[in-house]
Design a binder for this molecule. Structure first.
Ligand code: HEC
Ligand code: HEC
Ligand code: HEC
Ligand code: HEC
Length: 280
């Protein structure tokens, strides 16, 4: 687990609640069975998954062939947003609030029928789904974007948000276009991060617009602190006027510096920067 998770969870009396999503079944990170053994939930929030770990492995087709090491069954639940939302809708305590599922439900992406998996699992070239002789190739999905904890996760995700410099009605603007996203930008545990639109003139920062949730009540998420949402809602475009020659970048830090300081942890080099292109 990350040092930040350990530092936060170990300070809390409700640590088991944290572990319910972060260390399901008492082991670090998500295992295959945490999704492929899920059969439903007791509410789309707070990790209330219903798991059937003795039953068949659930998959899109239920057809694994007779050499699989386990029974298989077809399941629509696996591809549903409810599965992801059960862990990605966190309803407290304190600042621990994440709402990508609620935001997704209200989005045009949901209306178009795109689930979390449609965007977050990438299609890959056809190949056998297991390392056995004689298995035929079939289309499959890359799970990278749902298997985080590799320290570099922010880069593939944040790289997908279009930030551009445009001229509209003769005005020079920087735009952050969140129309094709399925939820707010940023979303999830954004109260732990910094996400800033940084505007520089001749290399000097003239303005910095914070998009990550503001943590009111101090840097250390305590029960009294509240995460106040900012950022760009799903379906909207943020427009900020800039001057000719300005350079604009989106600068992401995985953890807020004041949080690391309050926890007595060293800064991690896991940030991500992407700069806007457009008429120079
Ligand atoms: C309902 C499931 C759920 C519960 C309960 C939960 N979290 Fe999380 N947490 C998540 C998800 C999902 C993410 C990833 C979201 C993102 O990155 O935007 C996350 C991200 C985090 C992160 C950033 C990733 C990392 O490991 O550095 C930390 C730290 C964290 N949670 C701490 C906690 C603590 C402490 C608790 C208990 C008070 C807790 N969480 C309870 C689901 C949960
Ligand atoms: C059993 C709970 C659980 C389920 C079910 C689950 N997740 Fe997660 N997910 C997590 C936790 C916990 C993290 C954060 C882990 C960490 O950073 O240590 C996470 C991280 C992520 C991240 C990376 C966030 C970031 O900022 O790095 C994405 C994207 C994600 N999950 C998408 C999905 C999708 C899509 C689904 C459904 C197919 C899904 N998750 C199902 C618990 C879950
Ligand atoms: C966060 C949830 C989640 C986790 C964890 C997860 N999967 Fe999946 N998996 C999915 C979803 C969602 C699909 C697509 C379902 C659909 O399209 O109906 C899928 C599809 C698959 C498929 C069929 C598609 C293909 O690629 O051929 C296989 C095989 C698979 N997963 C294996 C695994 C294995 C092995 C692990 C553990 C290393 C794992 N999965 C972990 C959510 C998950
Ligand atoms: C239409 C595509 C789309 C859909 C649908 C979608 N996402 Fe995302 N997701 C993205 C993009 C693009 C990003 C990176 C930008 C951002 O953070 O919003 C992202 C980022 C995330 C993050 C990291 C948040 C952050 O800002 O660090 C989490 C967690 C996540 N998605 C979970 C989910 C869950 C859970 C669902 C379903 C309830 C879902 N997503 C549906 C496209 C999508």
């Amino acid at each position: 687990m990350s040092a930040v998770f350990e530092a936060l969870a170990s300070r809390r009396a409700d640590r088991a609640f944290c572990d319910g999503c972060h260390r399901p079944r008492g082991r670090d990170g998500l295992g295959c069975a945490d999704c492929h053994g899920a059969v439903g939930n007791f509410g789309v929030r707070n990790g209330l998954l219903a798991l059937d770990l003795d039953g068949p492995v659930r998959g899109p087709t239920g057809m694994a062939g007779d050499r699989a090491a386990h029974e298989t069954a077809a399941s629509d639940y696996l591809a549903s947003a409810d599965l992801c939302g059960t862990c990605h809708e966190v309803d407290g305590p304190g600042p621990f609030r994440e709402s990508p599922y609620a935001h997704w439900r209200a989005s045009t992406a949901a209306a178009r029928g795109e689930t979390c998996a449609s965007c977050h699992l990438e299609e890959r070239e056809e190949q056998p789904i297991a390392d056995f002789d004689g298995l035929t190739a079939r289309p499959g999905l890359i799970h990278r974007a749902v298997g985080p904890d590799d320290g570099a996760i922010a880069a593939p995700l944040y790289g997908r948000v279009p930030i551009a410099i445009v001229i509209e009605d003769g005005r020079r603007l920087v735009t952050i276009d969140n129309r094709s996203n399925g939820h707010a930008f940023p979303d999830g545990a954004s109260f732990l991060r910094t996400v800033d639109v940084v505007i520089r003139t001749e290399g000097r920062t003239v303005r910095s617009i914070p998009l990550a949730s503001e943590l009111s009540g101090g840097p250390l998420p305590s029960d009294r602190a509240r995460a106040v949402p900012r950022g760009v809602p799903a379906g909207e475009v943020m427009r900020v006027p800039i001057a000719e020659g300005d350079e604009v970048c989106l600068v992401v830090e995985r953890y807020r510096a004041d949080l690391l300081e309050a926890l007595g942890l060293e800064a991690e080099a896991a940030g991500f920067t992407t700069c806007a292109e457009g008429p120079g």
